[in-house]
Design a protein around this ligand. Structure first.
Ligand SMILES: [Zn+2]
Length: 58
């Protein structure tokens, strides 16, 4: 099982063994959401998930 740590608080994030690109994991300590980005070698890196914050326009 791969281990990733929260970029905000360094807590360990639980990444499912069958995690896929684009899956969102949430830090249980600080509630920051991250999107999994697949890297070479079957690893994942973290990208802060953009919460739906649509620009409603005018
Ligand atoms: Zn955290």
């Amino acid at each position: 099982m791969k281990k990733l740590n929260c970029l905000e608080c360094d807590a360990e994030l639980a990444v499912p063994s069958d995690a896929i690109q684009g899956e969102v994991v949430t830090c249980r300590d600080c509630s920051t959401a991250y999107e999994l980005v697949s890297e070479d070698g079957g690893l994942f890196s973290l990208k802060p998930a953009e919460l739906e914050e649509e620009d409603w326009g005018e």
